[in-house]
Unconditional design. Structure first.
Length: 159
């Protein structure tokens, strides 16, 4: 059974480690170098443990950690979203099992409001996921450049 678990301060090292693996994977789409310690820069990482408007979730399938999401309200296109999907991944071994779609639906249900989701056009999996997720909400499509697209849409509170 899929579930979200809020990342706590005690989980910082685990989130750091899996985020580093994700950032490594993203070098397929972005030219981000490693630092002298073999890490990828993530300027806002510690803010997820001090800024109350940022939240991170571990994604579990039963008791197995299969991914994570990092959410903030900071816009990529100078708008005023309630939420921006800053980072999201399901680990490669668990992809193509509908986990990503179901996890995103859980996140959207938990956080109704105006959303922004950015993806790289070269990342076919992300492009398909985010366009499928956003389609029912009639997203506005913004092209930052030839490689990056931002979807903006409103998730209504169903409670």
């Amino acid at each position: 059974m899929l579930r979200l678990q809020t990342v706590q301060k005690k989980d910082r090292d685990l989130l750091w480690n899996i985020n580093q693996k994700y950032l490594y994977e993203m070098t397929n789409f972005y030219d981000d170098p490693m630092d002298e310690n073999g890490n990828y820069h993530y300027g806002y990482f510690d803010d997820y443990f001090s800024d109350p408007v940022r939240v991170a979730y571990f994604i579990f399938d039963d008791e197995v950690l299969v991914g994570f999401a990092m959410i903030c309200p900071y816009s990529n296109i100078e708008q005023n979203p309630d939420y921006t999907m800053a980072e999201f991944t399901v680990f490669p071994a668990y992809r193509r099992k509908h986990i990503a779609f179901d996890a995103v639906e859980m996140i959207l249900d938990k956080h109704p409001g105006k959303w922004e989701i950015k993806y790289n056009e070269k990342n076919g999996g992300a492009k398909k996921l985010w366009n499928t997720v956003a389609a029912p909400y009639g997203p506005e499509v913004h092209h930052l450049n030839e490689e990056e697209t931002v979807l903006v849409f409103e998730v209504k509170d169903e409670s």
